[in-house]
Write a protein that binds this ligand. Structure first.
Ligand code: GDP
Ligand code: MG
Length: 438
């Protein structure tokens, strides 16, 4: 999708406003990409319609090109489709909070039970009790026991001769006795949804009255995942979904459809087999991942909150008129610093980790050197770099603890940068349209 969109983007870059044709073109690509990612076609259809409407109705923000604007809308809508906000795990007002894990065989219930316990202890300072209630799958109990040992956490286990309902009941009593604040019940799954399984799960639900029923779904199964989610939800009223195996080669289509079809929030994402590879699910990040464009929105937001708008405007003007000085440069360096580590920022920019750009690594040390050089300049020199002759260069190098070559290089780079910035400003403000061959 990233490449597709970028192609379309290049075409409409530099335009002053979003035309119907632009949106249409982009929407075609988005639609194809979503279908390719195995998103339910009904969901895709609705989605496209709402994005088209929103994208066309909007004024183009000053800071964005029309292409970016459309992407922004797509991203926002995708995020909304996946639940918008990050959805947290339930906490009961009276301890213990009971969590019941359900799902098909192999989805990752047992693994996720352990991962979740680890997460709750590590990040929320909780004391969970793991409950082995899958009495059917050979070795399921042993699997949980092993994970419990690895975590150094107790596992409640009555063997495979006691019914899951009884296990759940006794486990909760035990949890109260031992002051556990979470009980996580690992239940059995089947290869397919069947009546018998659902009945048993309903009985467990009745006795345990869980605060949270987490449906564990394998993201690799795409459309099937959605059907599974639908039937489990009908029978059990699940309160949240855990999407596992998102580390695999999946495009994330399941993530979009599951929420849209079942209206149940995705709460966690499994990112690998290891016990610490469970993450709270962030709709926004998933949207960006699906769009393959890096964390564009976070970047935009960061830029918006950190760069003083007035200053940014002045700066833009200066850059266009070639007045940009080393003083401005220092100021800008500080602003960029406030936004976070440079390499992190670069990584968030679309296209930065593609097309060989990943070789472009920002060396903070190098930046420090540059800063030292600039700070060794006099005010006059900063404002008017052209006066920096050989003897001034020598003085600056000495003052900054660098070499004359370093100073020469920076002065040269600064000139180049000014030129580049000029081009960039023209491009993004739409004024350089005639220059581009679009
Ligand atoms: P259950 O039958 O639902 O209890 O599934 P298990 O917890 O036994 O997991 C089935 C398989 O999926 C195991 O080999 C797990 O290691 C693997 N698995 C679970 N979650 C993830 C995940 O997020 N990523 C990857 N790569 N593998 C996972
Ligand atoms: Mg299991």
């Amino acid at each position: 999708l990233a490449e597709r969109l970028q192609g379309t983007l290049t075409k409409i870059r530099g335009k002053g406003k979003v035309s119907e044709q632009d949106v249409k073109e982009m929407m075609r690509e988005v639609r194809l990409a979503l279908l390719e990612a195995d998103v339910n076609f009904k969901v895709v259809k609705q989605f496209i319609a709402s994005v088209r409407e929103k994208a066309l109705g909007q004024e183009v923000m000053k800071s964005l090109t029309p292409g970016q604007q459309v992407i922004k809308v797509v991203n926002e809508e995708l995020t909304a489709l996946m639940g918008g906000e990050q959805s947290k795990i339930a906490v009961s007002s009276k301890s213990p909070t009971v969590v019941m894990m359900v799902g098909l065989q192999g989805a990752g219930k047992t693994t996720t039970t352990a991962k979740l316990a680890n997460h709750l202890r590590k990040n929320h300072n909780r004391k969970p009790l793991l409950v082995a209630a899958d009495i059917y799958r050979p070795a399921a109990i042993k699997q949980l026991e092993t994970l419990g040992k690895q975590l150094n956490m107790p596992v409640f286990n009555l063997g495979d001769q006691v019914s899951p309902v009884e296990i759940a009941k006794q486990a909760i009593d035990k949890a109260k006795e031992d002051h556990h604040d979470y009980v996580i019940i690992d239940t059995a799954g089947r290869l397919h949804v069947d009546e018998e399984l659902m009945q048993e799960l309903q009985q467990v639900k009745e006795i345990a009255s869980p605060d949270e029923i987490l449906l564990v779904v394998d993201a690799m199964t795409g459309q099937d995942a959605v059907n599974v989610a639908e039937s489990f939800n009908e029978q059990l009223d699940v309160t949240g979904v855990v999407l596992t195996k998102l580390d695999g080669d999946t495009r994330g289509g399941a993530a979009i459809s599951v929420k849209a079809v079942t209206n149940t929030p995705i709460k966690f994402a499994g990112m690998g087999e290891k016990i610490d590879q469970l993450e709270p699910f962030h709709p926004e990040r998933m949207a960006s991942r699906i769009l393959g464009m890096g964390d564009v929105l976070s970047l935009i937001e960061k830029a918006q909150t950190n760069i003083d708008e007035e200053k940014a405007k002045q700066l833009e003007k200066k850059m266009r008129t070639m007045d940009f000085t080393f003083e401005d440069f220092l100021e800008q360096l500080d602003q960029v610093r406030n936004m976070g580590p440079l390499d992190e920022l670069l990584n968030m920019m679309p296209g930065m980790n593609k097309k060989g750009m990943k070789d472009l690594q920002v060396d903070e040390k190098q930046v420090g050197k540059v800063e030292a050089i600039v700070r060794s300049m006099t005010t006059k020199e900063k404002q008017e770099p052209s006066i920096i002759n050989a003897s001034r260069r020598r003085r600056i190098a000495k003052g900054s603890g660098t070499s004359i070559q370093d100073v020469n290089r920076l002065l040269k780079q600064f000139e180049d940068m000014k030129k580049m910035m000029k081009q960039m400003t023209n491009m993004s403000s739409g004024k350089g349209k005639k220059k581009g061959k679009g």
